[in-house]
Design a protein around this ligand. Structure first.
Ligand SMILES: [Zn+2]
Length: 166
């Protein structure tokens, strides 16, 4: 089995020790359940597109248009990527046009509401900021003030799922 803490790469050793401790005491699931009791109703691609467009309308009205926002069963999530933003280039009327698509790993259908939002916020922020730099994270926090906490907890959630599956 691969390392269940693989989703937490980059976090300080002391933090990882705390996570190991939670796991050893069998308290990781309870922590997540208490902190994120709410599921969401974004059950299909249509609802996901509307969810993303509502955030975009509110915070990124002038960013490049989004052609598609979908759940993707085949998206391999790893430590770095939990969703993707791609620009698919197509020739249209003799012009090369980039259609931007957000793909969200399908497991987030069953994740807490805040975690799905965090993934969408992250990919939306890439419409404006390419790199994972200060400006990028400031934009994420503008859209979701506890972005960093939710990202960390999402990694805990993935860890918890990996442990359940093992
Ligand atoms: Zn990113």
């Amino acid at each position: 089995m691969s390392d269940p803490l693989r989703f937490l790469g980059g976090y300080p050793a002391a933090t990882l020790d705390q996570v190991r401790d939670l796991i050893a005491r069998d308290e990781l699931g309870g922590y997540l359940q208490r902190r994120y009791p709410e599921a969401h109703a974004v059950r299909n691609d249509g609802a996901l597109y509307e969810h993303a467009m509502a955030l975009k309308q509110r915070y990124l009205r002038n960013a490049a248009p989004l052609a598609k926002v979908v759940y993707d069963n085949r998206l391999q999530i790893d430590q770095r990527a939990l969703g993707t933003l791609t620009a698919v280039s197509r020739v249209q009327g003799g012009q090369l046009k980039a259609k931007r698509e957000i793909r969200v790993a399908a497991l987030f259908k069953d994740a807490p509401a805040e975690m799905l939002q965090m993934i969408v916020v992250h990919e939306l922020a890439h419409l404006k900021e390419r790199a994972h730099d200060k400006a990028f994270y400031a934009l994420c926090q503008h859209m979701q003030p506890d972005y960093h906490q939710v990202e960390f907890d999402t990694r805990l959630y993935l860890t918890w799922r990996a442990l359940q599956a093992a």
